[in-house]
Design a protein. Structure first.
Length: 295
């Protein structure tokens, strides 16, 4: 057993840890302060997740399970122990509360999910560990298809983009919420957003286009955050490699890296102008990173 499972958040040994191998045996999701007045549909989804005990739904014993990375079929779900079940339940409440109604995207990173649910542990050096939340998400919720995680490698920065988490119809089954009600709210919200786009002189978008734009924003935000955090040695090394290239050569490499982040359909929908804008933005950010004085 590692130090991650033995120390409490205040860096002191846990009493009786042999009988209770988790730091927090009763994790509960705590919403961010900015979510004081969520839409009614989100309030209803969260209430459903809080009261339905998703980890004990009968579907866990019958649903096919697949490995999150290899997608190979896994054996039927064994009995979920109480600590993993409590983690799954807390995370389901978090997903319900941080869900984008239109796209079905969960607007939280793994670290944020783990912290908000009280699942983060720390070693003696105060380094956080998110493995309890990660296992609950990947080995359970993703394995049965209640959610889907997009894992995207960004070659420009030499790092993984934080996973995009999308809920599926099965997620609503787990939390005991009628999917038809969610679909109605989804279409209503999309219509409201399209009204705003038309007022700005833009065309209405479909659910597919809304999801594509959400992915583009997610990747762009992740890139910008990494560009500001110069502690990433790999990214600094990548930036310096680009800096010694001719501008045209560097932008061509960035373009090739960007193409790998999206599907052919997403690239077609994005268009040449938007793709060129992203290339120029990345090039400027990486040049700035490479030439900035060390801290």
């Amino acid at each position: 057993m590692t130090d991650f499972n033995i120390l409490t958040p205040d860096n002191s040994p846990r009493k009786g840890w042999r009988n209770c191998y988790v730091t927090n045996p009763n994790p509960v999701y705590s919403a961010p302060k900015e979510c004081a007045n969520p839409p009614r549909i989100i309030t209803a989804l969260r209430k459903a997740a809080e009261t339905s005990n998703p980890a004990r739904h009968p579907i866990w014993r019958t649903a096919d399970r697949f490995h999150a990375i290899t997608h190979q079929r896994l054996p039927k779900e064994r009995a979920m122990n109480k600590h993993r079940a409590r983690a799954v339940n807390a995370i389901c409440v978090c997903f319900a509360d941080r869900l984008n109604i239109v796209t079905g995207k969960v607007y939280m990173t793994l670290a944020q999910i783990s912290d908000s649910c009280g699942l983060t542990t720390y070693n003696k050096d105060r380094t956080p560990c998110y493995s309890r939340a990660s296992r609950a998400i990947n080995e359970h919720l993703e394995a049965i298809g209640a959610i889907h995680c997009d894992r995207v490698w960004d070659e420009t920065t030499g790092s993984w983009i934080p996973n995009l988490i999308w809920v599926s119809e099965l997620f609503f089954t787990l939390i005991g919420y009628e999917y038809g009600k969610y679909e109605a709210a989804q279409q209503q919200q999309l219509a409201w957003e399209n009204k705003g786009l038309k007022e700005q002189g833009e065309q209405a978008i479909s659910l597919t286009e809304a999801r594509r734009r959400a992915k583009v924003r997610h990747i762009q935000t992740a890139f910008e955050i990494r560009a500001k955090k110069r502690a990433f040695k790999t990214q600094l090394r990548q930036a310096r490699k680009l800096a010694v290239m001719e501008k045209q050569q560097a932008q061509a490499k960035i373009l090739n890296d960007l193409v790998k982040l999206y599907t052919q359909e997403e690239l077609t929908a994005m268009g040449h102008v938007e793709l060129k804008r992203q290339v120029e933005h990345r090039y400027a950010a990486m040049r700035k990173l490479a030439t900035a004085p060390p801290h």
